[in-house]
Design a protein. Sequence first.
Lengths: 197, 669
Amino acid sequence: MSRTAPVSFLSLAFLLSACVTINVYFPAAAAEKAADRIIEDVWKQPGAKPAGAATPMPQSSLGARAALALLDFLVPPAQAQQPNIEISSPEVQRVKAALEARYASLKSHLDSGAVGLTGDGYVALRDPSAVPLAQRNVVKALLADENSDRKALYHEIAVANGQPQWEGQIQSVFAQRWVAKAATGWWYQDAGGWKQK
Amino acid sequence: MKRFSAVVLALSLLLCPSVQGSDLALGIAAVESPAWRATGLRLVVQPGSQLRLDIDRIAIAGRPAIRNLRLHCPALVAGPTTRCDKASFAVWVPGWGSLQGQLSARYQSAEHWQAELRVPHRGLHLQLSQSGSALRAWLDLPGQSAAELQKLAAAFQLVIPGELSGKVDLHLDAELAEPLRIATTLVVHELNYEEPSGRYASEKLSAEAQLRFDAGDRRWQLALQTRGGQAYLEPLFFDFSALPLQADARLRQRDQAWLVEQLRLVPGSAGSIELSGSLGPDFKPLQLEARLHAQDLVPLVATYLQPLLIGTIGDGLTASGRGDASLSIRDGAPAELRAQLEGVSFTAEKLGLALEQISGDLAWSATEAVASTLHWAGGAVQKLPLAASVIRFRAQGKSFELLAPWRQPLLEGALRVETLALRELGSARFGADFKAAIEPINLAALCKALGWPEFGGRLGGQLPGLSVRDEVWTVDGALEAQAFDGRLRLDNLRAIQPFGVLPRVTADVELRDIDLERLTGAFSFGRITGRLDGEVKGLRLLNWSPVAFDARLYSTPGDRSRRRISQRAIDNISSIGGGPTGLLSRGALSLFEDFAYAQLGISCVLRDGVCQMDGIAPAKSKDGQQAYYLVQGRWLPRIDVVGYSQRVSWNQVIEQLKALQASSGPQLK
């Protein structure tokens, strides 16, 4: 009971401020679902269920959600729709298709451990010695292309949703989902360095 | 310890009187010099001039280097020259383990002595000869395992990180005097190396290197000849089996800098690279003259240039042909570049640019205005084929300017660039003057090259300006075409991130007074007569395919020409609108070949792969479905085509249009 007090206070505060301000918060859960859909397609893991528990929402956005729900109840919503992340823009689809096409060549290097998933949503050469000498520059070029496509993906998703400033948040969501969906044996990077799944 | 003692006989020096027979033994606890220290020495002189020397440990530079040295000379010949010809020794060396070998030595004085040492099972042969103040060392060490040499080197604090395997022949000839002179020959056979970071590696590398160093004038001389195998020096990958490398270098160390008297690289028969000048202490070029003679650009570009372009827009570059080039670097910055090209062809995959048979002179200078002239036999930009052309320009510092109008023929017409001047290239203050015209090109050929439906006619126009901002290239002016007896106009041409991952082109298109009879004839759509207007606003092309637009096509208002539509055209329009086909070919209506119409039209708002369709006017809704007229009939028998589909997949529309073109004609039953 005592817990609802700050929430309703927050709701009231939000209600008052909502008269003049539209706060667009980042729909983290929807972004996660969108990322999963893209990653499943790119890595072709049909039927794979979202691994792990959903990340807890930051307290502030929980409060904001509650406030928004209250607002919807009191005021007929102008744009009352489930927060959604749009990924059907032709730009997003095209980058996704490029990532899908490249996965065939990238997979063997992820499997061998030569390439790992970085903590910021990209891929990097982790163990060059696992790549034959003559192939090293081929892999380097592959990673450079993959990373510029991934950067474009994060950017274009933000743009497709009319919120270019979300790029960084979308990238973080992807960084976490690539790792969560990685196959067993693949390497990923976290604060402590390279780890194997 | 006593840091400054030269050779100190320390601690205990004791002569042992209690020797058996007539042996004479001398024990010394330690002998020390700044560079080395021997401990536990024991010298025994036996009857018959036999001599034994045991040393427990010798440390070099504070590190244990040699242990358990046991030396035995069976006959020491005394005289003006003391000598021992057949001494044997055993010693334990870290990294190598125990060694047994022979030693012979002659000693006249501290200024005059020789020693020769052999370790047969290691193949080691060492000769030392002191003459005056000069000590000459000659070492031959063939067929050594690289991994064991690495261990040996590590024991002497010369750590080579990573994994090594293969064989090494080492030959050293050194004059250990003032000034120091060393000549070494190093031959490696099938050397495999992997440096831990992965930046340097070799596989089955075979090569011979000769290095000379003269401390007098601090001159280094290096000669290298590869004999096969591969090497990776990030980002360069060398396959020496395919392209051997011969390198010669003469360098002098002067103060903190390096003077490059000559550096010459000869990669196979592909050409040569020569460098001279000076390098800073970090090997950064300060003053440098480089000359390239390329006999065959294919392997040179693949080995020495393409790897440097990975991750840039230039990645995927291939080139062929011959050429000479020179580059001057002054005060650490490029000052001048000149190149003569002979039949050079290149393809820059990511840029979508290819030119064939380029010849001419290319020049750039940081300060001077130098002219370049290049001509080529053909090429392609994206999917558009280019014909032969010549360009004259001036490249100076960060600016570029055409010296004469440049006419690039393409598609039976040409792009004629009157003015092209670029300033502050690659900086935030980048600016461009651009004025060009398109001399009417074959529209059908353009459409074909881009994989579009082939719209006949010729396209031309004036492009009076170009501006670049935030990776968006905006072309001023409009392009116009006379097509199907009407007019087509392209406006607001923009290229978005033309060199990025997602290059896009946007434009507005306007169609006026198009003769439908000719248009439908060209696309075998089914005959329609009359005139058509239309607008395609906000057309966005991704990979030359439309991904967004607001399009509207409609009968030209006020047009008084005969408006008839054939059965087949009605069928086709009906099928695009998602309706049934073949209705008219049955029953009484099949007697009529075509029908009069009042007006026709269609609109489509394409977003995210879905076309929001509409017609020319709303029709009566059926079962709650909104309806619109695609064709409004006139007179009798009156035929109206009414569409109900609101949202149609764009891919489906394309498939249907393709199917229409592929089909042979109406099927009358």
